[in-house]
Design a protein around this ligand. Structure first.
Ligand code: GLU
Length: 493
């Protein structure tokens, strides 16, 4: 059974790229009956923060990506925070040192910078390290140590041959060893580097497949050399294509929201986000529907169908998928989504509105949402769409208002209708849609106009919009008294 992991560094929010990496690992584990491990790579003490750690966990929980082992979940291969595994790394460093696979490097950051500058000034290329300490004699090492110079440890990489792997996504990748740099595996501050800790952990946690972003392709040969030096068999690697913005440049803040948290605030449902992320670099194949819930995606997911070319993030498509997810929700689920949105605005049922069969805000909201049907397609536009039911201070489509309400003819018709409702219906009672319909039809006949001539201006006067649910139902939910008041106010305006 595969064991996969998501290994974020807690140095920022959970972004689209990381979320997709987490998702593909999760999908692979869930589709194969495998294990999904969450490991926090916090060995960079300066850049790691508690906030970021919390945000990453929150983002994963929001998306519904549950992990079988890791922080909070526990597991036999723990601890799952690298900062709690320092002794383990030290032990394996000792093994490498005993085998002569690593050497001490006394170069300070300044030394490296100076030499890099000199190489560049002379028109050369600096690949990251020049092998300065690779062949120090025992006396030189002793002298540095006697001076109290701090040292890092570097892996002694081979200078001949090549390092390759069969990537499960991009196919065979091969690097000539002569271009591989002796990177640091242990820093002078006593912390392992990512390059070392990742290998030790993936091995000890028995990770079978390392699925990650293709920005790590250049790290993989070095990591394979670390596996070799430790006498371990590397896992399978799969590098997922980069995510581009709509302009085909690497996705960044410039393009809009990039963190999962931002998308949540933009009203994207977790199921829609998960669905869209899954389609970034993967497709179910065939002519199947792309709108899927997690269970459907798990059923269809296969690594073979992960694309190796870059995927472009399409904000419009995400919004479309989001609206499709909202459309597929049950009335109760929609209610659950809308409840906090109206609560946040302090919108609630006023008993004075007298609406038939409605006793509390929840049942009122349910009826209001019922009038929307499939026009409920975004959490962001919802307040605009239903605000008029709750407050006089609601969204108004000014162009529609000017055209349909703000004319002398419309004013006369609305006033006549308001008077007819006032005299024809008992304002102290809840009134059904049919009662309003009857008044409108009779009034139209009396005025010798079409019912539509009364309905158009009334719709905009009551709702602020030219599209709404059936006007009779709107009136029922608004209550007779408010209906009359709004019509009169619009006519007077
Ligand atoms: N901590 C690394 C990162 O966040 C993980 C890379 C990997 O998956 O090996 O990029």
């Amino acid at each position: 059974m595969p064991r996969v992991r998501f290994a974020p560094s807690p140095t920022g929010f959970l972004h689209v790229g990381g979320a997709r990496t987490a998702l593909f690992n999760w999908l692979y584990a869930r589709s194969q009956g495998g294990t999904f491990v969450l490991r926090i790579e916090d060995t960079d003490q300066e850049r790691s923060t508690e906030e970021s750690y919390a945000a990453i966990l929150r983002g994963m929980q929001w998306l519904g990506l549950d992990w079988d082992e890791g922080p909070q979940a526990g597991g036999e291969a723990g601890p799952y925070l690298q900062s709690e595994r320092l002794d383990i790394y030290r032990g394996h460093l000792a093994t490498l040192a005993d085998g002569g696979h690593v050497y001490k490097c006394f170069c300070s950051a300044q030394d490296l910078e100076d030499r890099e500058q000199a190489v560049r000034d002379a028109g050369g290329n600096w690949e990251g390290y020049d092998g300065h300490c690779r062949d120090l004699t025992a006396e030189q090492v002793a002298a540095y140590e006697a001076d109290g110079k701090p040292c890092a440890w570097r892996l002694r990489t081979p200078t001949e041959g090549s390092t390759f792997w069969y990537d499960v996504i991009v196919g065979k990748r091969e690097f000539q060893n002569e271009v591989l740099v002796d990177r640091v595996v242990f820093k002078a501050d006593g912390f392992p580097t990512y390059q070392f800790a990742v290998v030790v952990d993936d091995h000890l946690m028995q990770i079978s497949h390392v699925l990650r972003g293709d920005d790590h392709v250049s790290n993989t040969p070095f990591q394979i050399l670390v596996y070799n030096a430790l006498g371990w068999k590397p896992p399978k690697f799969g590098h997922m294509p980069m995510i581009l913005g709509p302009d085909k440049k690497r996705l960044s803040k410039r393009h809009g929201a990039t963190s999962v948290e931002e998308f949540r605030k933009l009203g994207i449902l977790p199921a829609a986000m998960l669905n869209y992320l899954a389609l970034l670099g993967w497709s179910p194949g065939g002519s199947g529907d792309e709108v899927m819930d997690a269970a459907a995606i798990i059923k269809k997911f296969s690594l073979k169908k992960v694309n190796s070319s870059p995927a472009a993030f399409d904000y419009d498509k995400l919004n479309h998928i989001n609206s499709e997810h909202i459309k597929r929700l049950s009335a109760d689920e929609r209610l659950a989504l809308a409840r906090p949105i109206i609560a946040e605005r302090g919108w609630r049922l006023d008993p004075e509105w007298l609406v038939a069969g409605v006793a509390d805000t929840d049942s009122y909201l349910a009826r209001v949402l019922g009038t929307l049907g499939n026009r409920f397609s975004s959490l962001i536009t919802l307040p605009e769409q239903i605000g008029f039911f709750f407050t006089d201070d609601h969204f108004v489509d000014q162009a529609a208002w000017d055209e349909h309400v703000d004319t002398a003819e419309a004013a006369g018709l609305m006033m006549a209708l308001a008077d007819a409702i006032d005299s024809g219906l008992d304002l102290a009672q809840a009134q059904a849609a049919a009662a309003f319909e009857e008044v409108i039809r009779t009034t139209a006949e009396q005025l010798d106009v079409k019912a539509g001539q009364l309905i158009h201006p009334s719709r905009v006067a009551l709702t602020g919009q030219s599209r709404s649910a059936g006007i009779f139902e709107v009136m029922e939910l608004m209550g007779a008294r408010r209906t009359v008041a709004r019509l009169r106010k619009a006519a007077d305006a």
